[in-house]
Design a binder for this molecule. Structure first.
Ligand SMILES: [Cu+2]
Length: 297
């Protein structure tokens, strides 16, 4: 118990990161649920570990051989104890399972998205299609048909030499519709505590609700996007240049987001349909987005 208390003091005394057991500070509402599951699982494992180690060492000491002539008590069976150490782990697994399912449901809950971004993974980068105007989210009821929530899109295309930035409005529920143009990719942002496979031939999706903005967008500034950005990546080994499928995430104010999408459109990165990979998606947005990249993190 002393060790446990010391451990708790150490953790609370240390940085927030230690208290999160290395989990990044969630930048989405949903990420908080995953963080809680992660912390709860660590605490449960630590408490069980300390208790078990304690009992092992206590038994070794308490029932040690005290002299050459002494033979410690020889116990072969202890039925109540055996029943206990069968049932206790089963109970623990049930509790873990219950929490896991609850958190999974929270992470996969679509909420009421007010913003939809069509994300395409292609070897070896991402395309982000941002809607212009108000979305008609009911268009997403059938994800494989030809209907999309917006009439117009501003898009950003990453390439092997250009890391794209996924710009999102603050305090907004954004739904990501995930498509692959070739093989299985995986779209994830650690600071959202979430990732999901991107599978050719189907449309996966999840929603996140961003917290407050940490960056700004100004079309007239030297650094188009300024402030703190987060890292995103492909989490499914998808080929030789898998490691290049990284991107940045910037959370900006709603006004900045609108101005960002308008800027994309004004610079010609506009389409009536989202770019879903293939030939067109090799066109790079370097010329409007690149000069902020160098200054980035
Ligand atoms: Cu990939």
């Amino acid at each position: 118990m002393a060790t446990l208390t010391a451990g708790a003091l150490l953790l609370s005394g240390c940085s927030d990161e230690a208290a999160r057991f290395g989990f990044p500070e969630p930048r989405s509402e949903q990420g908080e649920h995953n963080l809680a599951l992660w912390q709860g699982a660590w605490w449960a494992a630590l408490i069980t570990g300390v208790l078990t180690w304690g009992l092992i060492f206590w038994a070794i000491w308490r029932y040690r051989r005290r002299s050459d002539a002494d033979i410690p008590v020889q116990t072969r069976y202890n039925l109540p104890l055996e029943i206990f150490y069968t049932i206790a782990p089963v109970m623990m697994v049930i509790v873990f399972f219950d929490h896991t399912v609850t958190v999974q449901n929270e992470m996969l809950d679509n909420g009421n998205p007010t913003n939809v971004v069509e994300v395409t993974g292609q070897q070896w980068q991402w395309t982000f299609n941002h809607g212009i105007g108000e979305p008609d989210v009911s268009a997403d009821e059938n994800l494989v048909d030809d209907e999309y929530p917006y009439d117009r899109y501003g898009y950003v295309v990453g390439t092997g030499s250009h890391i794209p930035t996924l710009v999102l409005p603050e305090k907004t529920t954004t739904r990501f519709n995930l498509r692959s143009a070739d093989v299985i990719h995986n779209f994830g942002v650690p600071d959202f505590g979430m990732r999901m496979d991107v599978v050719p031939g189907r449309v996966n999706h999840y929603s996140i609700t961003t917290k407050e903005a940490t960056a700004t967008f100004d079309p007239n500034a030297e650094d188009l996007i300024d402030g703190t950005t987060f890292r995103g990546a492909c989490y499914e080994l998808c080929g030789v240049y898998h490691a290049r499928m990284i991107f940045k995430v910037a959370i900006v104010s709603e006004d900045d987001y609108k101005s960002y999408v308008d800027t994309l459109a004004q610079n010609g990165f506009e389409a009536e349909r989202p770019l879903l990979g293939g030939g067109k998606s090799t066109r790079s947005t370097d010329d409007i987005a690149s000069h902020n990249e160098e200054e980035g993190e």
